[in-house]
Every structure is written in structure tokens, then in C-alpha cells.
Design a binder for this molecule. Sequence first.
Ligand code: ATP
Ligand code: MG
Length: 427
Amino acid sequence: MSHSENTTPDNTAEDAAATIYGPSDHLIRKNLIDDDAKKICYRLQRAGFKAYVVGGGVRDLTLGKEPKDFDISTDATPREIKSLFRNCRIIGRRFKLAHLYFAHGKNIEVSTFRDTIDPPEPTEGDQSAAGPVLNDNIYGTEVSDAFRRDITINGLFLDVSTMEILDYVGGMQDLRDGIVRVIGEPIQRFREDPVRMLRVVRHSARNGFRIESGCWTSILENAELITQSSQVRVFDELKKDFSSGCFLTILHLLGETGILEYILPELLENNGRLLSAESDFSQCLERVDDLVVEGEPVSATVILTIIAMFTAGDSIWLADLAERLPEASDLSERLSSCFTRLVVPKKERERIQLLLGLWSKVRGISPKALKPNAYKRSPILPDLVALLEITCLTREDAQRVQLLRPLLHLDDDHSHDGHHHHRKPHR
Ligand code: ATP
Ligand code: MG
């Protein structure tokens, strides 16, 4: 697997010059950038440091989308950042970065420029919890920080003072052309951190961008590398896929690349009939994606439960599942055969089992006999309602959702109305 090739990729960090896109060369307007993110940059710059909005924020704004969050990169060290901001906490062990905290639970990540280094190639069967990403705890320069990033469209730097975009990696052109391209040599970057293969797929699906052909080939040839990655990180990236609004597309791409075999092989059984367009599994995931796009997030528990119930029930038809899913007593045994390649945390497995048990039970009760109050106190009521809604087939299914849904709003009133009439009792 390891060629002793010392060739450097074309876009090497050394002596790289940025292409600078002025305010009239892109669509980002200052008022679209989060006020706190701007203030952080201004304060760092006034103190003599460099500071840029980086990563997904610049990408999404350039595409005319609303970013999920704004990350900042700077040449100030975490210690220097902390001395400038009171609302700052330093996190991380190997690579330290600063989190700045704001009202309503908002926080903005301020990261010191990272170095691009060639970490040692993962040794055969290296399963250490940390995974192959090593030695990241070295600060770098603006240039190295651009080149250590995963794909070109994520490698842009925005200076909020001048509203210039600094592009060291060709990301602007790729944004315009709709291309996902790895920064540097794909195989090398995937060996350093196999999770990047998942990121390539996600960003392609999310934006409808095509994957650059060398990158695509490299993933096809090296899909198995994903098994070298930290299981925790794979699960974390997969959760981002869940909430992407295009999870079904991502699953198809992961299937095509061969990666799926190493993380969710259960979806490939029986010639991949679960992923065929007509299966109820696909229909359910389409509903999940629709809900997410409409701004109604679906929890990871619900999505994992959908995967689990079709796997454990061994059918692509919802109508079969209710009778095929065993009683709660041996449900846990059935569930232990799900997620064989994915490390799902124990707590999450317990929630899945609880939710699946409740779902089966409720589906077995006729709407007339259903007593909504019995579920009022269930900690997973929102997930139960979401799952019933996503798996709704018949008029009776719809009636059950209608009976249980109002309980959610009851709950809402209690938590949000605290400042009105009734004060929350001390517990
Ligand atoms: P999202 O909109 O999902 O948050 P994002 O691009 O901001 O997308 P993050 O996971 O928040 O994704 O990462 C922030 C930035 O950090 C990315 O834009 C990318 O530049 C860089 N990055 C993240 N993960 C990696 C990785 N595995 N290897 C290299 N760079 C990475
Ligand atoms: Mg982000």
C-alpha cells in the first residue's frame, strides 16, 4: 500500500500565493456575517493579529446559503486569544483552540493557524482511539492552515475588514464550477485522515457538486481505509449526514464508493433492496430529508431506529415490520445484530431499543383504544411522534399521530412559559 513517492502535489503549501477576490468579485455582503464573528475578527486585528472567517461559513455564503456557524482562524495563540476575550474557554488536548461563548448558548470557534505536516502513515491495523491523525498540535501559518483543510471549497479565508476572500487552493473556481476537490494528493490526504472520504461525499451530495475524478477514483480504490479511522469520528461525521437534508443521496453515494460496506453493511444485504427507490426504507428516509429541509430536525435516534427496524425486521415493507419485530423481550437480541460495523454508543442503543419498542406497541393499538396520556411522560415522546409520522402509511397511523402530537405542545408550554405566570418549582 505504501509507495515511497516523494513527489509533492501541484498545490503545495510552500511559497503559495493567494488569489484575492475583492468585494465585487463575490456575493458575500457584510451584513450576512454574524455580528459576533465580525467583532471577534476586529478585536483580534486591532490587537495586531490576523483573523479570518474560514471554512463552511465562507463556502455557504458564497453559494448564497445561510451558514450553520462561523469559524475563525487567527495567528494568535489560544493563550493570546484568551487574554483578549473574557468569554473564552480553551478546549482540546492535542490541538488547543478557543471557544468564545455568547448569549443563548451560541459559541464561536477561534482556531490558531495549523501546520500542514505529513503525519506518519497509519500502520497496518492501527485501531488506536485517536486514529491516524497525529501531531496536529503544532501551530502554522495562514498558508499552511489553508492547505491542511480537506477540500478546496472549504479552504477559503474571508477578511471581514476588507471583505476580500483569500484563496490559496482554487476553491473559488471550484465553487463556481460545482466541484468537490481534495486539497493535495487525495490518497495521501485520505491516509492521513480517512474521514475525509465521508466529507467529500457529504459536500458533494449537499451541494449537488460533482466529485473531481482523481478524488473519486481514489475513494473507490481506498474505501476500506475508513476502517482505520477512529470509530467515534466516523459516527460523528455520519450524524452530520443524518441532518444534512440529503441523507438518502449520501447513502447511495457511499454505496457506490464501497464505503457503506465498512460502516453500514446491513443496508447492502439482499442486493441492496433496502436502498432501492420503491422500498419503504427509502421512502422513510426521503421523508426525513424533507422534514430537515423544511426546518424540522430529525434526531439521530430516530434515523438510527429507522435503520434498525428495517434491519431487525428483515423487510423493505413497513407493513411487514410490525408483525416481524419481536416482542420487547427479545427485541434487544435482534437489535444486537444491527450496527455491526458502527460503534453506536450504549446510551444511544438503549434509546433505539426503547423507541422501537414503543413504536411497535403504539402501532399495535387501534386509535380508539390509544390512551395518549400513557405516553406523556416518556422521555422520547418527541422521537416517538416523529417516527410515527415518518412511518405513517394508513389512516389509522395518521390518527395515532394526531392523538399523540398535542402532547408535545403541552410540554413546550411548560418549558417556555416559565417567565410568565408560574415560576418553576425548585427541585
Ligand atoms: P458544516 O456546514 O457541516 O459545518 P464545515 O465545512 O464547516 O461544514 P466542519 O466540520 O464544521 O465542516 O469543519 C470546519 C472546517 O474545518 C472545514 O470547512 C474544513 O476546512 C476543516 N476540516 C474539517 N474536518 C476536516 C478534516 N477531517 N480534514 C481537514 N480539514 C477539515
Ligand atoms: Mg462548520
